[in-house]
Design a protein around this ligand. Structure first.
Ligand code: AMP
Length: 417
């Protein structure tokens, strides 16, 4: 039983689904290169400390969702639960800011969080993300949003909504946290257990709780806008102006917060009407202190991350058409077992010309080989062997109209092209 089931919260991407993945990954790479983001590949695991420092101790991810283990020397390692902290670690390790004041990177890869699995929420999932490290300008926030939306659009997703907010900065957020503590202080008993804990560690996180009981209290809680400092207010207004110039529609939700502690100023989410409770297809924001938190000099930055499984689920629901595998074009059937090595040589020649070709690998009868060719829905079957072969000739059968012709063995590639 254990050996024939993937671990809880993980799943296989089967060949029947792989075209969705190719399509999505290709578009992500294509669009992001056009936008000037270069791919970075970081390890699947990092030192645990990176995530504790980077994501924040008061977050659900660090508190209860990390897959952490010790290597043989007793070092604490963690399978990456997200991509931003590793990218910033690599940015610092390779001193990437030295030559360019603005470094634009993207990643694609699997992430690991020990969450309760449900539709749209897995323990191993895939994200793509982009990070722009080095600018404090709201214009780069707008570019990140623009690039993310361009990807969804090119993939063919419809009905997406952009929600934005500002979560303040070190200067103004403490005051807001105080106000939130005051507000939820009187209502602590009405909150779920997790939120009671969040109350002590970071009351901002309560705003993100999906529990119905908590939602009732969150609805009327004070919003951050009155407490934003001038700098944060200006930044937010500029972002709105940029989005308007770009004709990007958005909604402001003053209660939007993100699950990771490092966000400052801009926070945003892209949601799909199609996905039920796990409706966020992606989210991001500004993280102006993360680089220094991880040991670098003050470097403002902004990023975005999206779950690929959720994008694909949305594509399936919206019946988005994708280019699919064309199948096999040529089947080489051998009349006699001694001709199999020649068949293998012929399919190699055909394949080297970029044409898909198959043969029988079970050493079946010619009749069974023809059945297999039919099942594969090939365009041509080449039959080799017998008297013809002695004359260096083979039979080419066009499967669409059933016509057969005898061709020279050295004409094969030319004929099936
Ligand atoms: P986050 O890193 O939490 O901001 O998540 C960014 C995006 O990744 C979300 O909007 C989801 O699309 C996706 N995501 C996050 N956690 C999971 C998960 N456990 N399973 C599947 N997708 C996820």
């Amino acid at each position: 039983m254990l050996l024939s089931r993937a671990p809880k919260g993980t799943s296989d991407v089967l060949p029947s689904q792989i075209d969705y993945w190719y399509h999505t990954e290709n578009i992500i790479k294509e669009v992001l290169q056009v936008y000037g983001y270069r791919e970075i590949r970081t390890p699947a695991f990092e030192h645990t400390e990176l995530f504790i420092r980077g994501i924040g101790e008061a977050t659900d991810i660090v508190n209860k969702e990390m897959f952490t283990f010790q290597d043989r020397k007793g070092r604490n390692l963690t399978l990456r639960p997200e991509g931003t902290a590793p990218v910033v670690r690599a940015f610092l390790e390779h001193n990437m800011g030295r030559e360019n004041p603005l470094v634009k990177l993207f990643y694609l890869g699997n992430m690991f969080r020990c969450e309760k699995p449900q539709a749209g929420r897995y323990r191993q999932f895939n994200q793509f993300g982009l990070e722009a490290i080095g600018s404090q300008s709201a214009i780069i926030d707008a570019e990140i949003i623009q690039a993310s939306l361009a990807i969804y659009q090119k993939i063919g997703l419809a009905n997406l909504k952009l929600i934005i907010n500002s979560v303040g900065c070190r200067k103004c957020r403490p005051k807001y946290l105080e106000v939130l503590r005051e507000y939820f202080g009187d209502r602590r008993e009405l909150l779920c257990n997790d939120c009671r804990e969040r109350y002590d560690k970071n009351p901002l996180r309560i705003l993100d709780c999906k529990n119905e009981k908590c939602q009732l209290q969150i609805k009327n809680s004070p919003t951050i806008f009155e407490y934003l400092c001038e700098d944060c207010k200006n930044h937010f207004q500029k972002l709105r102006n940029h989005l308007e110039t770009l004709e990007i529609e958005y909604q402001v939700n003053p209660l939007l917060v993100r699950g990771l502690d490092y966000y400052t100023k801009t926070a945003f989410e892209i949601i799909s009407g199609e996905l039920g409770s796990q409706n966020a297809v992606g989210g991001g924001g500004r993280y102006d202190y993360l680089v220094e938190e991880l040991g670098g000099k003050h470097t403002p930055a902004v990023g975005f991350a999206a779950g690929i499984e959720r994008i694909i689920a949305t594509m399936e629901k919206q019946k988005v058409e994708i280019p699919s595998w064309k199948g096999i074009r040529v089947f080489v059937a051998a009349i006699n077992p001694e001709d199999y090595s020649l068949a293998l040589k012929i399919i190699k020649d055909i394949r080297e010309n970029g044409i898909s070709a198959e043969m029988d690998f079970l050493e079946k009868s010619l009749k069974a080989q023809m059945r297999l060719a039919n099942k594969l829905n090939v365009s041509y079957v080449l039959i080799i062997g017998g008297e013809e072969l002695k004359l260096q000739k083979v039979t080419l059968k066009n499967m669409a109209n059933g016509e057969q012709e005898i061709i020279n063995i050295n004409q094969i590639v030319e004929c099936v092209k």
